[in-house]
Design a protein around this ligand. Structure first.
Ligand SMILES: [Zn+2]
Length: 549
């Protein structure tokens, strides 16, 4: 547990009083701000700042979309983003937490320290032409932004640059720290960021994640945490036909572990989700596989339940090795995530700004693309978000009400510093997630507008936090209550290291071809233009009949 130091509060209060000039000094007030004309004016100013950056938003978003890098291979993305931040006076630290593509970028001085983060990696095999309402990869089999992680850091950078300008003009004290979620699709880094102390001096963390509406929530996320574990088996090779009795198949161990797990699945709690892929199943059929690997995700609603699931997995692996006379030679942790818990004060503050900013004005073309994609995916043709969701939050959700689902390693941060996640409408409901369909909007005006409006919300929320120190204090009160009985224990073990080798071979294979499609903003006004895509492309071209069968 960390407490917000009284001396610091005093200095922040003094700063805020000087800012609010003759208006009343701040007092412990509800998070929803009382009228504050000066702050309202600053928010209008910051909104205009963000409005002036629309071209940069488009360029940043489209550039990162075109890099399309999967987890731990975000080299071009990180180089590009840190370049922009460095140019704008941020101090960059590269390779943080032993992760080559991770960084922090800091500007400003003193308290509060506000961390602004978002994920940057993409999905294997999700390559997709933006603005086209059906599956059409840019490069067949290549990774692509099938979750929209290309938009988050452009949003945070836009917000940060607008805030910086206002803070400079108004001589406001505070520090901004931008940081990327590397390898989020692998739940690969945030526990390591915590371990490396990246958030040690951070007061508030504002995270952003693409969604289909503008929203924020607080309390128990209701989702699952998880641990990602790779089991490696070793057997003995032999001629699979000539002397099979001399071989011991590591693949047999993998298959028996999976069979055991699938029988056991019926007797696990309904909240769990677990899945696996076999990443090494041998070389060719006539060689008894001497080694084999299976990679599991174990998801559950709490640290204790995740650990129980993981223990069952370990038992299955050992038992499979015994059955096959092979050896389980190693078990590597490749990622982890705590179930999230988000801060009430910061969420309320942010929600008030969401109501102020509202939703973007969608064009007919935007709506046509959304509906055509929804038609293609056979989901209701709801188009794009037109109504803001109410603020939702529950301090705790009874375990029996939870029904599992995915995980996000922002959960680890949320147990170490008051945190919220802003969802912003750069996408629409259509794809199943982790899929090419979720990439369709992500380098189109839909993505750009979502970032534009989302950046305003973040910028205004940061202004609230740097000018109203009582909000930071209240956020810590909530956080200290949240962490009073539940203590953060990382799922990564002391000996675990970030799995930075993942996706390396994939990118060695695809990078040369992908380079040809990097966005060049000096030649093309947007990425659609560079790819020669009419916006929106909603009608399939008539198939040419070749007359051949
Ligand atoms: Zn994501």
């Amino acid at each position: 547990m960390r407490s917000f130091r009284p001396a610091l509060i005093a200095s922040l209060v003094a700063m805020a009083v000087s800012l609010t000039a003759q208006s009343q000094p701040p007092s412990p007030a509800p998070a929803a701000a009382a009228s504050n004309p000066r702050l309202d004016q600053l928010k209008r100013d910051i909104g205009l700042e963000v409005d002036g950056m629309q071209e940069n938003i488009q360029k940043m978003n489209d550039t990162v979309f075109s890099f399309a890098e999967p987890g731990f291979q975000e080299f071009e993305t990180s180089k590009y983003l840190t370049g922009i931040l460095r140019q704008n006076g941020f101090t960059i630290q590269e390779g943080v937490a032993g992760i080559p593509t991770a960084f922090t970028a800091r500007w400003g001085s003193g308290k509060p320290v506000i961390a602004l983060g978002s994920d940057i990696d993409d999905i294997p095999q999700a390559s997709q032409k933006p603005g086209v309402a059906w599956h059409e990869p840019i490069i067949e089999g290549a990774p692509g932004h099938g979750e929209g992680h290309n938009s988050g850091m452009p949003l945070q950078i836009t917000a940060a640059l607008a805030v910086k300008k206002i803070m400079e003009q108004q001589h406001l004290q505070g520090t901004l720290m931008l940081w990327p979620g590397v390898a989020e699709e692998l739940l690969g880094t945030k526990a390591y960021y915590v371990r490396a102390g990246l958030f040690k001096d951070v007061d508030i963390c504002i995270f952003a994640h693409v969604g289909s509406n503008m929203q924020v929530s607080w309390g128990d996320s209701g989702g699952n945490g998880m641990v990602s574990v790779e089991y490696n088996f070793k057997g003995e090779s032999a001629h699979a036909a000539g002397a099979p009795w001399r071989g011991r198949s590591a693949l047999d161990a993998v298959e028996l572990m999976d069979i055991g797990w699938n029988f056991r699945r019926e007797h696990l709690r309904i909240q769990q989700r677990s899945h696996y892929v076999i990443t090494n199943g041998g070389d060719q059929p006539n060689v008894v596989p001497p080694n084999a690997t299976v990679w599991y995700y174990f998801r559950e609603t709490s640290y204790d339940e995740i650990k129980k699931l993981w223990d069952i997995g370990n038992t299955m692996a050992k038992a499979a090795a015994m059955m096959t006379d092979t050896e389980m030679v190693s078990m590597r942790v490749l990622g982890s995530a705590w179930p999230g818990h988000f801060n009430k004060t910061v969420a309320e503050t942010m929600h008030a700004n969401i109501e102020k900013v509202g939703l973007p004005q969608w064009s007919e073309a935007d709506i046509a693309l959304a509906k055509a994609t929804q038609r293609e995916m056979k989901v209701p043709e709801t188009g794009l978000a037109t109504k803001i969701n109410p603020l939702r939050g529950r301090e705790s959700i009874p375990d029996e009400e939870k029904r599992g689902g995915g995980s996000d390693d922002i959960g680890d941060i949320s147990w170490n510093v008051p945190t919220v996640t802003l969802n912003y409408p750069s996408n629409f409901q259509a794809g199943p997630g982790h899929n090419w369909a979720n990439a369709i909007s992500m380098a189109t005006p839909i993505a750009h507008k979502g970032i534009h409006y989302g950046a305003k919300v973040v910028a205004m929320t940061v202004l609230d936090l740097v000018t109203r120190p009582e909000l930071v204090a209240q956020a810590w009160d909530y956080f200290n209550a949240q962490t009073k009985t539940k203590k953060y224990t990382p799922l990564i073990r002391p000996e675990d290291k970030p799995a930075i080798w993942l996706n390396k071979e994939r990118m060695e294979k695809f990078r040369p071809e992908m380079r040809k499609y990097y966005y060049d903003p000096t030649k093309y006004k947007n990425y659609l233009d560079q790819l020669g895509i009419k916006y929106p492309t909603t009608e399939r071209p008539a198939t040419k009949s070749s007359g051949q069968q």
